[in-house]
Design a binder for this molecule. Structure first.
Ligand code: HEC
Length: 209
């Protein structure tokens, strides 16, 4: 089930990418209001709390308008805003339990209209990243994270940076394709700690290829 979901998610991402490649050279001029009205109309009766997910925030609007290539000024503005949004754990510990983190990386459900509100919810990291060598089903939209902690000698500063990246990918790279898991309150603080441990615990299969 996880695999078919992941394949589906990856296919959707790829088709989105192809559309932007195909139309990249001759950008159609469509008024932003027309696009906003179209998107709104595709969700005629959104479930409670869903309207906010359809509305773009300032950062997403700039990324859409600049086709993910913000100029220097916008780039700096996004960076400042997104960096400020990163909430680090109050206890200062960014590493949780790598075993729980493996589940966070694998689970591709949660937050879709067909998912139960109290069902399993994960980061679907494998849809875009290679992580543990033993897992053969992974997407390649993002870089391989194989031996991520080991390569960085398990440095505390790098673990903290990875936590921030997972919390809000745009705090590191404006208009990143990676979801903002903590910023959007999609994953809990504990889940982000756990998946950071999946990358940084020496015992994690990510670091034992
Ligand atoms: C929709 C695809 C997608 C998903 C899902 C995704 N990522 Fe990413 N990730 C990317 C892309 C693309 C990059 C490279 C560009 C960037 O840095 O934003 C990236 C970069 C990263 C980096 C930085 C890598 C480096 O070069 O140092 C880390 C760490 C990371 N992702 C972790 C995760 C974790 C953990 C999850 C799951 C909770 C996850 N990602 C889910 C697309 C994704």
């Amino acid at each position: 089930m996880t695999i078919s979901h992941r394949t589906f998610a990856a296919a959707a991402l790829i088709s989105a990418a192809l559309v932007s490649v195909a139309s990249g050279q001759q950008t159609a001029k469509v008024a932003p209001e027309t696009i906003a009205a179209y998107v709104k109309n595709t969700w005629k009766a959104p479930a409670e709390g869903w309207q906010a997910r359809v509305d773009q925030d300032q950062t997403q609007r700039i990324c859409s308008e600049t086709r993910n290539s913000p100029g220097k000024g916008d780039f700096e503005k996004i960076l400042a805003r997104e960096v400020a949004s990163v909430a680090y754990p109050a206890d200062g510990k960014v590493l949780g339990d790598w075993k729980a983190g493996e589940a966070v990386a694998q689970i591709g459900t949660g937050g879709q209209f067909s998912d139960k509100a109290d069902g399993p919810r994960g980061g679907n990291c494998y849809a875009c990243h290679q992580m543990a060598a033993k897992e053969l089903s992974f997407g390649t939209l993002g870089p391989s994270l194989l031996e991520y902690g080991k390569i960085r000698k398990y440095a505390a500063a790098d673990a903290k940076a990875a936590y921030a990246k997972i919390y809000n990918a745009q705090s590191v790279l404006p208009c990143s394709n990676m979801p903002r898991f903590g910023h959007n309150k999609f994953l809990t603080e504990q889940q982000i700690k756990d998946v950071t441990a999946y990358l940084f615990d020496p015992e994690s299969p990510v670091n034992k290829p």
